[in-house]
Design a protein around this ligand. Structure first.
Ligand SMILES: [Zn+2]
Length: 413
């Protein structure tokens, strides 16, 4: 069947701007704040739920607050095609991160419904709970619950006001004790597709509206402590020092080098020096290292090289070290079949094709544990995200959503 309908760009834009008002500060510079299960985020969940109802989907919120809207297919037993993202934001975030994926999915499914396009598989739109992790310090809660990866201990985490995750769920009238009811079994989901803003400048530099994600890089986070000796900055000769600041400087440069060598990324984002006085040689430092690569094996080589370098530096400078692995998330590969389908659909729509890796984490990273995933990136102005200045143009959002619409039809027919 030849699809002649198009998504409605103005309608999509209107919903984006409407959702963007929920949790928006009157100070424009403060952007949008919808922390997980806050009053604002619950309002956003209800906004999405109402939209789903309005367009005639079967809508509900599951025990962990995922908002789900289903357009039924002809074969109730067939695995569902899932599409979505999230509506929670970071503190002082923007209007597009997550929101575009949910509202684009709603616009795409609305178009399918209006055009009476027959489907074999149901399409399920999901707005996942707490992707960002900004309130309780850990994210992907809704998608982890669905993938069967949620650990009960998360419910004991507390926000900065001492409210536990369990209490926040109960206050919002969800049933966290039923979190296992949310788990999907292998074969329940045919594919999960997520459209998301790029949050980087690659598409903008290439002057392209959209991109097709090939894989999602998973991070390893290391906390490193170096101990040396705190001495007088004037009285201690250069040859007699155990200065952790010069040690950490060498390691920062090595992280850059290793990332360049392996075509991955490596970042030292936090460095603290103690005692932190202008005339005292620092004797202790704590710093972070974030290492990412789309290949888990290569990422491990990067980490091994960093460990070796730390050992060498410490030996040379007579320092001691301790390294704690704070986080380790497996990278995910997008389904080659879905990447090809997105590519073919771009060709048919006369959109340029650009395949690129994704550096940030998304719900799709988690959903890759239970189903094939695909991701569409939409150009971010100046690459800015997690910031009130986050912006994607109406036409770029519409192009991404048009691609999403055609891809969903092909997957669900
Ligand atoms: Zn996001």
């Amino acid at each position: 069947m030849v699809i002649t309908s198009n998504i409605n760009s103005d309608r999509l834009w209107r919903t984006l701007m409407e959702l963007g008002k929920i949790g928006a500060s009157c100070e424009e510079a403060e952007g949008v704040t919808r922390l997980s299960l806050s009053r604002e985020e619950l309002e956003a969940k209800h906004y999405i739920y109402q939209l789903m109802k309005e367009i005639g989907l079967d809508a509900h919120m599951d025990p962990v607050g995922n908002v789900i809207g289903t357009l039924q297919g002809a074969e109730p037993q067939a695995p569902v095609v899932m599409v979505g993202s999230h509506t929670d934001t970071v503190f002082h975030g923007g209007r597009f991160d997550g929101a575009l994926g949910v509202l684009g999915a709603i616009e795409a499914v609305r178009t399918i419904k209006e055009a009476n396009i027959p489907l074999t598989h149901a399409i399920e739109i999901v707005s996942f709970t707490d992707e960002e992790g900004s309130r309780f310090g850990t994210g992907y809660i809704g998608s982890k619950a669905m993938a069967g990866m949620l650990k009960e201990t998360i419910f004991d985490l507390k926000d900065k006001d001492g409210v536990s995750y369990r209490q926040a769920f109960i206050d919002a009238e969800f049933n966290p004790e039923n979190y296992k009811d949310v788990i999907r079994q292998p074969g329940d989901i045919k594919a999960y597709i997520e459209m998301h803003i790029e949050q980087a400048k690659v598409l903008e530099e290439l002057d392209l509206p959209i991109g097709i994600v090939t894989d999602i890089q998973g991070p390893v986070w290391l906390d490193v402590t170096l101990e040396g000796a705190t001495d007088h900055a004037g009285a201690t000769p250069m040859t007699m020092r155990k200065d952790v600041a010069v040690g950490v400087a060498e390691i920062v440069l090595a992280v850059e080098n290793i990332a360049l060598t392996y075509h991955g990324v490596g970042t030292v984002g936090i460095i603290t020096l103690e005692p932190g006085a202008v005339n005292v040689i620092p004797g202790r430092t704590l710093f972070s290292i974030d290492v990412r690569h789309s290949d888990k094996g290569i990422r491990q080589q990067m980490v091994n090289d960093i460990y070796k370098k730390i050992e060498v530096v410490c030996k040379k400078r007579r320092l001691t070290s301790r390294i704690d692995v704070k986080k380790e998330v497996d990278p995910a590969v997008c389904s080659p079949k879905i990447v090809t389908l997105l590519e073919e659909t771009c060709h048919a729509l006369r959109y340029p094709v650009k395949k690129l890796p994704c550096g940030a984490g998304h719900d799709s990273l988690i959903m890759s544990k239970v189903t094939d995933i695909g991701m569409i990136f939409v150009r971010s102005k100046d690459g800015i995200s997690h910031n009130p200045k986050e912006w994607s143009s109406q036409s770029d959002c519409a192009i991404g959503t048009e691609l999403l619409f055609h891809t969903l039809v092909k997957l669900a027919q």
